[in-house]
Structure formats: structure tokens, C-alpha cells
Design a protein around this ligand. Structure first.
Ligand code: NAP
Length: 335
């Protein structure tokens, strides 16, 4: 029997600037099972992620632009409603890349079954999902994190950043966290027990501030924002320090490209390593991450905070609000 699927589509590409709700539309279409797509799923949770901004431009990137007028993609967790595949049955909870919509049809190659554990299922879009994996791979594989190091984390009140902070604390590191609101500072300090957290929007001179709060300097900077913050952090790196370039959200909506780093001399003299990475290159490198993260979650060593918007119609707003910093922890849409 056909089902009506409601989905979010991009109306036009957004080359620069903050997206507006009018850049998106909510559309519907009739879908039904066929010989190729023999499983019907209803999404329960949709992941809202900054990388989607790059797919809203026509610029070459590591993922192609979204198709105008068609379903946007993204990670999601759903429940199987009907299945003609012997490996999936009604009621199974499944992970897919068919986000930004409610109902969809697909086949077993497109789905990963989630075995229920004693944690909320949406954790599979947060610490046990792509953002937790990003924190883990960024810290251990690219940052070569060692116990007792001093680390700086930007966008620390967000999904990746808050996980980075907690993993580093669990490793016995000293963590300095930057975030964009007093509420997030409070959460980082009081609930996550981060050594020092500050609201970067209230800091007049970031170079001096970093020097003041961490005179010994940083072994590792986990960079989620790029731009001027990165330049300021470089000044306070220790010799042989490492900078992991995870994101550049401060520049994602920029209307001009800004100037380049003016302190590359520090990179040379301090013999720094600056390393970018994309988590999609590490899809087959999840085993140790899943083992460690599951253990930490069950032992309450990683706390998960989420900001939830309800209904597919609110998905465009959730994305814009994510870019504006209105989330604490992981931004999710609940269907
Ligand atoms: N390399 C990879 O494979 C990979 C994978 C996943 C995510 N990422 C990147 O990791 C970063 C964090 O992702 P996430 O999913 O955890 O998002 P998030 O941190 O939960 O949310 C985005 C946050 O960015 C901050 N922000 C927005 N504009 C900013 C600006 N101009 N300057 C500084 N901060 C700004 C806001 O927090 P404030 O209140 O702090 O401003 C906002 O809450 C993003 O840059 C993302 O692109 C990279």
C-alpha cells in the first residue's frame, strides 16, 4: 500500500551566508515497496550536522551537492514498518543515511540494525554515532592524544567538542574549552568537570586570554572552528604540538574568504603538526571506537546532552539554529 513520505528539499543553492528557512521546502511524495526496495522505514530521529552546509553549495567537496528539489540526505534512526527481507522485521530499529524525511523505502544494503542497549537509541547519532567517532578518531589517530597532556577544544559545547573534552578528561588530560554561551560554559564546568571553559564571544583578546588561562601552552588543539581562533591557538602551542583540523564552522557561512594565517612562523619554529581529517574515510575503522565508547557510556564516563526539535517541518530551522550556536550537545530532530 502506498505511503506518503514527507521530506526536506533544498530550493536553491546557498553559495555564501547563513541559510534562511525560505531556502528549503517541505515536500511530499507517494512511496511503496517494490522488488528492489523491499523495506519500509519510519524515521524516529534525524541527525542535523554542520557538514551539510557544504552540500548546499555547488562547490567541489568531499560529498556532492544536494540535488535541488529532492530529498536531502543525512544520518537517521528509524523503525521498520514493513519488510519483505528475511533479515529485517517490523519493529527493528535501523540506522541509515535516509535522513531529512519521515518514511522511506530501501533494501537491506542501506540499513544497519541497531541492537537495543541500556541507553537511549538516539545515542547512535551522538557519542556512538558519527560525531562520537569523529571525536575518537580525531583525538587518538590524528591527535595522538596521551595521558596527562594539555588540550584546547573549540566549539566545546557542541556534539563533537563535548565528546572530545570528556574523552580527554577520562585520559587524565587538562582540558581548556571554548564555547559560545554562558549556559554552555556552565554545563562544561559543572556537569562535565572540564578544567577551564570560557565564552569566546566575551573575550576581547583571545591570544592574551589563552596565555592567561594556560601559561604552559597546549600539546594538542582540537579545532572545530578554524579562522581567527586557529590563528590565536597557534601562538600558544607547545613545541612539537599537534593541531587536529576537524571543522571550520566560523568560516562556513562567511561572505568573504578572510585573510590567511599570519603566524606560520610559529608552526615552523615550534615544529607543529597540523592535520586535517574527514571521518567518512574511517568507516571501516569503528571497532575499537564502538567497544570503548559503549563501555564509557555504560559506566557514565561520557555524558550525552541533546537539543531536540520536533517534526520534519522544523528541520530547516534546526539546521540554521545549529549554525547559530543554539544547540547544546547534539542537534536532533524527533519525528
Ligand atoms: N572532520 C570531520 O569528519 C567532521 C565530522 C563531524 C563534524 N565535523 C566538524 O566538527 C565541528 C563540530 O560539529 P558538531 O556536529 O559537533 O556541531 P556542534 O559543535 O554541535 O554545533 C555547531 C556549533 O558551532 C559553533 N559555531 C557556530 N558558528 C561559529 C563561529 N562563527 N565561531 C565559532 N563557533 C561557531 C556553535 O557553538 P558556539 O556556541 O560555541 O558558537 C554551534 O553550536 C564542525 O565544524 C563540523 O563541521 C567534522
Amino acid at each position: 500500500m502506498p505511503v506518503t513520505s514527507k521530506f526536506v528539499a533544498l530550493k536553491n543553492y546557498i553559495p555564501t551566508g547563513l541559510p534562511k528557512e525560505t531556502d528549503f521546502e517541505i515536500k511530499t511524495k507517494e512511496i511503496s515497496l517494490d522488488a528492489k526496495n523491499n523495506i519500509l522505514v519510519l524515521n524516529l530521529w534525524i541527525s542535523v550536522d554542520p557538514y551539510m552546509r557544504a552540500r548546499m553549495t555547488e562547490r567541489k567537496n568531499y560529498k556532492p551537492p544536494f540535488n535541488i528539489g529532492e530529498e536531502m540526505e543525512g544520518y537517521a534512526l528509524g523503525i521498520v514498518k514493513e519488510s519483505k527481507d528475511k533479515n529485517f522485521k517490523e519493529g527493528d530499529i535501523v540506522f541509515s543515511n535516509f535522513g531529512m524525511r519521515d518514511y522511506f523505502v530501501c533494501n537491506s544494503n542501506d540499513l544497519k540494525k541497531i541492537e537495543p542497549m541500556n541507553i537511549p537509541i538516539q545515542t547512535y547519532l551522538g557519542p556512538l554515532g558519527m560525531t562520537g567517532h569523529t571525536a575518537y578518531i580525531g583525538l587518538f589517530k590524528h591527535g595522538e592524544l596521551k595521558p596527562g597532556q594539555t588540550i584546547l577544544v573549540s566549539s566545546a559545547g557542541g556534539s563533537v567538542g563535548s565528546t572530545v573534552c570528556q574523552i580527554a578528561k577520562n585520559m587524565g588530560c587538562k582540558v581548556i574549552a571554548s564555547t559560545g554561551s554562558d549556559e554552555k560554559v556552565k554545563w562544561l564546568k559543572n556537569d562535565l568537570k572540564i578544567d577551564h571553559a570560557f565564552n569566546y564571544k566575551k573575550i576581547e583578546n583571545l591570544v592574551l586570554h589563552l596565555k592567561e588561562v594556560c601559561p604552559e601552552g597546549f600539546d594538542l588543539y582540537f579545532d572545530n572552528v578554524g579562522g581567527d581562533f586557529l590563528e590565536s591557538a597557534i601562538f600558544q602551542m607547545k613545541n612539537f604540538g599537534r593541531i587536529v583540523i576537524c571543522g571550520r564552522i566560523s568560516q562556513m557561512n562567511a561572505t568573504n574568504p578572510g585573510s590567511g594565517l599570519k603566524n606560520m612562523a610559529h608552526v615552523l619554529v615550534k615544529r607543529l603538526t597540523i592535520k586535517g581529517f574527514i571521518i567518512f574515510d574511517h568507516e571501516n575503522d569503528r571497532e575499537q571506537f564502538e567497544t570503548d565508547m559503549t563501555k564509557w557510556l555504560l559506566e557514565d564516563k561520557i555524558k550525552f546532552k541533546e537539543t531536540v526539535y520536533e517534526g520534519i517541518e522544523n528541520t530547516p530551522k534546526s539546521f540554521i539554529d545549529l549554525l547559530e550556536g543554539k544547540n547544546i550537545g547534539k542537534m536532533l530532530v524527533k519525528i
